[in-house]
Design a protein around this ligand. Structure first.
Ligand code: DON
Length: 308
């Protein structure tokens, strides 16, 4: 029997997964991220009707990291013809770690999908070409979607990432060598690192991403952000690529489109119903929140939801 959503249900789920803390590893390749306490645990849900539920550290902000890749793709879809985007980045799962260079050389500098680092860097390059102030624009977007005008970039995290950017720089320069990069690499890396360094809470993320459960239309905006078809396309790509080489496992266990970040956040979508955000900093081997995935798995079972 499916259980109704409630704050108590979310509390129960967090109590169930809390013992998993200690089994994963907080990301330390970005030194500023390694400082976050490993025992943070939060969850928030926002329904398309505007109801919200939360438990644990759902109001505490953290570094959203690769969750921002969904937002940059969304903004790109509103600024470019779809064919222009897909000429430069693919739609296939990579089956490789998020920062791998392996396929990129073999596939002539065209990244497999927009959610691995290479793909997100191409999308940022496209935004850099078309927006006069891409960092400011993204802030406007998340502030409007979340309804929180004080969301900012964490300058320390962005700087820390820039100081340890060898791998992302290598990815970008490799793409440039194949002619799949238009702008100055350092400038685009800075934009990308800032997007990753957005600080948002589970509740702010749940509110922000409810458009993906609502035909591309955020209740916070008058106009749809993307159309219904684009919404379905993003959700499909989240299923196949949102969790990198852990996408199959996530689809099997959770059964929802999802996107993770190495800050330990994950957003998930129940189409036409709700968006869910979880946060627990320790990651599994694929770079996805270990307890966060477990919380989503239990939630999916308890409320009886799966897209499959
Ligand atoms: O570029 C990086 O490596 C990070 N800023 C983002 C990686 C990330 O979040 C991967 N997701 N799990």
């Amino acid at each position: 029997m499916a259980t109704k959503l409630s704050n108590q249900l979310l509390e129960d789920i967090l109590a169930q997964v809390r013992p998993l803390i200690g089994q994963g590893k907080v990301a330390d390749y970005i030194p500023a991220l390694a400082e976050v306490p490993a025992d943070k645990l939060g969850i928030a849900v926002c329904t398309v009707d505007g109801e919200t539920y939360q438990a644990g550290d759902a109001d505490e902000r953290f570094s959203i990291q690769s969750i921002s890749k969904v937002l940059s793709l969304t903004v790109a879809l509103s600024r470019y013809a779809e064919s222009d985007i897909w000429a430069r980045v693919g739609k296939e799962p990579s089956g490789q770690p998020f920062n791998s260079l392996l396929q990129l050389e073999l596939e002539q500098g065209k990244p497999r999908n927009p959610f691995i680092n290479a793909g997100a860097l191409v999308v940022c390059d496209m935004l850099q070409s078309r927006l006069s102030a891409p960092k400011q624009r993204m802030l406007e977007v998340v502030r409007a979607l979340s309804g929180e005008p004080d969301i900012v970039y964490d300058a320390r995290v962005a700087r820390s990432e820039f100081e340890h950017s060898d791998r992302n720089a290598a990815i970008a320069y490799l793409m440039k060598s194949f002619g799949n990069f238009e702008n100055d690499v350092i400038t685009v890396l800075q934009t990308y690192f800032h997007y990753c360094a957005l600080r948002m809470s589970c509740m702010e993320l749940a509110r922000t991403f409810v458009y993906l459960a609502n035909n591309g239309h955020s209740p916070a905006l008058d106009e749809p952000l993307i159309n219904e078809r684009q919404n379905r396309q993003i959700n499909a790509m989240m299923v196949t690529s949102g969790m990198y080489d852990g996408a199959g496992e996530f689809a099997y266990r959770v059964g929802m489109p999802g996107k993770s970040g190495v800050g330990g956040g994950i957003i998930a979508v129940v189409p036409h119903e709700m968006s869910i955000a979880v946060w627990c900093p320790e990651l599994d081997a694929s770079g996805n929140s270990l307890a966060g995935t477990a919380a989503l798995e239990i939630l999916a079972q308890r409320i009886g939801r799966s897209i499959f």
